[in-house]
Design a protein around this ligand. Sequence first.
Ligand code: GLN
Length: 301
Amino acid sequence: MQAILDRITETARAATDRGKVATYIPELAGVDPQRFGIAVALADGQVLHAGDAQVPFSIQSISKVFTLAIALGRLGDRLWKGVGREPSGQAFNSILQLEHEHGRPRNPFINAGAIAVTDAILAGHKPREMLGELLRFIRTAAGDDDIHINDAVARSEQATGHRNMALAHFMRAHGNLANAPELTLGAYFHQCAVEMSAVQLALSGRFLMAAPGAPRMVSPARVRRINAMMMMCGHYDASGDFAYRVGLPGKSGVGGGILVVAPGRASIAVWSPGLNAQGNSKLGTEAMEHLARETGWSVFG
Ligand code: GLN
């Protein structure tokens, strides 16, 4: 496995087309596109890594996996009243479908759906409490307390996130947001600004591989469902392509991270800041494809 990770890192280091770093969140625009790190937490407890796997990065939309887990724990199936579970086939920040479907987002991983999920777990709490619970969940899952929110990144998105504000207000107009949009958005921008290294992210995803030694954060039935959502919706309008190329459930973020689960075998995290046209890490996707090919890991047999 170490040899595979070293080879993947070497290939990534040499790549000339690295995709484009997200610039719509100004604080993320300055991240070095040459960065590359990969980490694998195996079912037997070993953690292997290569490249910049210990450098923290902004997990952005990968946080949506943790908020979904918390929301399902809190609301159970009632969550699906306000958000669907179908792939959207549209960009992560699209508003088109939301109007068509009367303010009920397609799934919990597009921005509108994630904002609705955050709104659901915020109900009855202060944003500070909700974010505290999220950090506790992630730190427990990773077995590492040194995981934090980068306030500058959160503020940077708060100052510029007009598309997300539009999505939130649109849902509120349809009665599909319980809290004031500003409150829900503040919590959402901060959850996206959680920082982790690839090693920490791989560790935090162990609960989804459902191996005997992995931390048990949610029930086995729920693990399957979260993995199903990641497979169908984790890469927005490139989810089909990711399933075809990698064959494992995954969730991407515009910080360039991807968390992938090989059920019963491993939790894998990769980081390369340059994105492809669908807003997923370009070299990160290629690295996961490479890893799946070399290990033969796939949920499809
Ligand atoms: N915070 C980002 C946004 O809302 C998250 C998007 C992403 O990572 N795909 O636009």
